[in-house]
Design a protein around this ligand. Structure first.
Ligand SMILES: Nc1ncnc2c1ncn2[C@@H]1O[C@H](COP(=O)(O)OP(=O)(O)OP(=O)(O)O)[C@@H](O)[C@H]1O
Ligand SMILES: [Mg+2]
Length: 168
């Protein structure tokens, strides 16, 4: 499942319980605040684990006013009304990672945008690597989440998240 092994031994954090969808959205909003500028975030988890819910919270937290729908069929949904611009990918239906080339992913992953990627496993080989990774799991009627940094920038993001939790 793991695409890269992180840098400097950056390990997964502890699992956190998210009691309901509002908690998942709130976690997403906090992640959006912590990202600040551009970053690449991979979202792991089974169908229905809460990945899109987290993205919805992040987008609304950054000020997006409209709906947030799952880009299952379009593969990517752009949000250019907010800063940083956010590109939300769902690669579940990607038949071949080479399709990413045809989509022009290089423009999306330019470094100044925030790219959220559901089902990154499907793009393995061509998808740019993540700054941080989030994993969601269904546990009964709740969800559990853990995250880890994969780059120096990702480490700053995770540290800002931890700081926000400590001061809240
Ligand atoms: N913490 C939570 N507790 C209970 N239900 C939740 C929680 N977070 C999200 N959900 C619910 O889980 C359902 C599926 O969520 P979502 O569509 O975000 O999953 P997903 O991981 O994006 O799935 P897919 O892989 O199909 O895109 C939604 O009904 C959502 O409200
Ligand atoms: Mg989804």
């Amino acid at each position: 499942m793991k695409i890269n092994n992180g840098v400097d031994g950056m390990a997964w954090g502890d699992w956190e319980t998210l009691a309901d969808a509002d908690a998942t959205e709130a976690w997403g909003a906090a992640l959006g605040r912590a990202c600040g500028n551009g970053a690449v975030v991979y979202l792991f988890g089974d169908l229905g684990a809460g990945k899109t819910t987290l993205c919805r919270g992040l987008l609304h937290g950054l000020g997006h006013q409209g709906n947030v729908k799952s880009p299952t069929y379009t593969l990517v949904e752009p949000y250019e009304d907010i800063r940083p611009r956010v590109y939300h990918f769902d690669l579940y239906r990607l038949a071949d990672p080479e399709e990413l080339e045809f989509m022009g992913i290089r423009d999306y992953f330019s470094g100044e945008h925030l790219c959220l990627v559901e089902w990154p496993q499907r793009g393995q080989g061509l998808l740019p690597s993540a700054d941080c990774e989030v994993e969601l799991q269904v546990v009964g009627t709740h969800r559990q989440l853990r995250c880890r940094a994969c780059t120096r920038e990702g480490k700053s993001i995770v540290m800002r998240m931890q700081q926000a939790v400590r001061t809240s």
